[in-house]
Design a binder for this molecule. Structure first.
Ligand code: FA5
Length: 371
């Protein structure tokens, strides 16, 4: 193979260049010489482009060999068949040489690509980024585990619910001011996005024969503006224990067990009276802020305490709505702010990170030890 690079092949000396041979007077030997020159140019072509140029110059529509055909009419009739045959044979020879060279160039290009220093088939491929379990899910799983070990069912109730289960059945009639604290998103058919997991309380009482214990975690919605500790969409876990005899002491002990299991240590809590129409008495259980250690930050609104776990003894009207006789049955309930618990557990300074959808946030929870 020649190492000469030619983009425009030149016919050898003594051979008429493409197109300008006097029509009809080319002797067979001149035609053969032209074909020889074309074959040599094809064999010497170093690139696909150079080869295509050789092809076009000699055997293309206006190539020097094909063009000889146009002079056929000027020859004496007896000379025409032999000349036509000679032109065709010359063209076929050149086409054969071009095809052979094209094959060789393709094979050489493939071999070069495979042996190029930039291609290393032993290099590891691009590894897919590993997924991570969302921190809300991690804590949810942990709570399921803790409560199942204490004999609780784990239930799931609808996010779109009726006014009755979200408010009315919980002793919050239409004109009750407590509704203002939980403004919600209404559907045109009168249903709503539940504002709290308490919407499952009456459903659970109607579904299970007491005594029973259950938690129902889930997403809740409120029509309110957001800040570092408030979102319009957040997660709660409702807990319910219905039996013949229950006490506040039992409730507090269960809440403390829950918190020390989740945080893996004792946490400082405080109990305040709290008003919720569906419990009596009602309490607010706060924990000392773990983001700032109690010194005050945007999460605890500079108070050092985070409102996490409202709870209380189930109101007789709610037991009645659940089909239970308050003279026979009692119960306690709590409504844990799961999103805030996750913030405390992982020291997340803004609740909006949780559902913000930024994968860089989630990726930090890979291998957090809670899975
Ligand atoms: C309730 O939702 C009651 N259903 C809780 C309850 C259940 C009381 C059973 C008694 C018995 P509250 O509106 O305070 O209560 O919300 C409960 C918890 O949800 C709060 O302590 C807080 O941790 C969390 N929370 C409330 N609003 C938001 C919000 N906008 N963003 C994030 N978390 C919130």
């Amino acid at each position: 193979m020649s190492d000469t690079t030619r983009t425009t092949p030149q016919p050898p000396q003594g051979v008429a260049p493409a197109g300008d041979a006097p029509a009809g007077d080319a002797p067979a030997s001149a035609l053969a010489a032209l074909a020889d020159a074309a074959c040599a140019a094809a064999e010497g072509a170093q690139t696909e482009e150079a080869l295509a140029e050789v092809e076009r110059t000699y055997v293309g529509k206006k190539g020097s060999i094909r063009q000889r055909m146009s002079s056929l009419g000027q020859l004496p009739p007896e000379a025409r068949p032999a000349f036509g045959k000679a032109v065709n044979e010359a063209a076929q020879r050149v086409e054969g040489a071009v095809a052979l060279r094209r094959e060789a160039l393709t094979a050489a290009a493939r071999a070069a690509a495979l042996s190029a220093p930039t291609f290393d088939p032993t290099l590891p491929g691009a590894a897919p980024a590993p997924g991570a379990v969302h921190p809300l899910t991690l804590i949810d799983w942990r709570l399921d585990e803790i409560f199942r070990s204490m004999g609780f069912y784990v239930l799931d109730y609808p996010e779109v619910d009726t006014d009755y289960f979200n408010f009315e059945g919980l002793n919050i009639p239409a004109d009750h001011p407590a509704r203002d604290m939980q403004d919600t998103f209404w559907l045109t058919n009168g249903n709503l996005l539940r504002t709290h997991t308490s919407a499952g309380q009456v459903r659970a009482m109607r579904q299970f024969k007491p005594p029973f214990k259950a938690i129902f975690p889930g997403r809740v919605f409120r029509y309110e503006s957001t800040d570092a500790s408030h979102d319009h969409t957040f997660h709660q876990v409702e807990g319910l224990f219905v039996s013949r005899h229950v006490s506040v002491a039992h409730l507090i002990a269960s809440m403390k067990t829950l918190l020390s299991e989740v945080f893996g240590r004792e946490v400082t809590v405080r109990l305040r009276p709290g008003y919720f129409p569906f419990v009596e008495p009602g309490f607010e259980l706060d924990i000392s802020c773990l983001v700032c250690g109690g010194s005050g930050c945007s999460v605890c609104k500079r108070s050092g305490w985070v409102e996490l776990l409202p709870c209380g003894l189930i109101h007789p009207n709610v037991l009645r709505a659940g089909g239970l006789d308050p003279a026979e049955w009692q119960g306690w309930a709590f409504g844990l702010g799961l999103s805030r618990l996750v913030m405390m557990r992982y020291q997340i300074e803004d609740i909006r990170h949780l559902l913000g959808g930024d994968v860089r946030f989630w990726a930090q929870f890979n291998g957090s030890g809670l899975e």
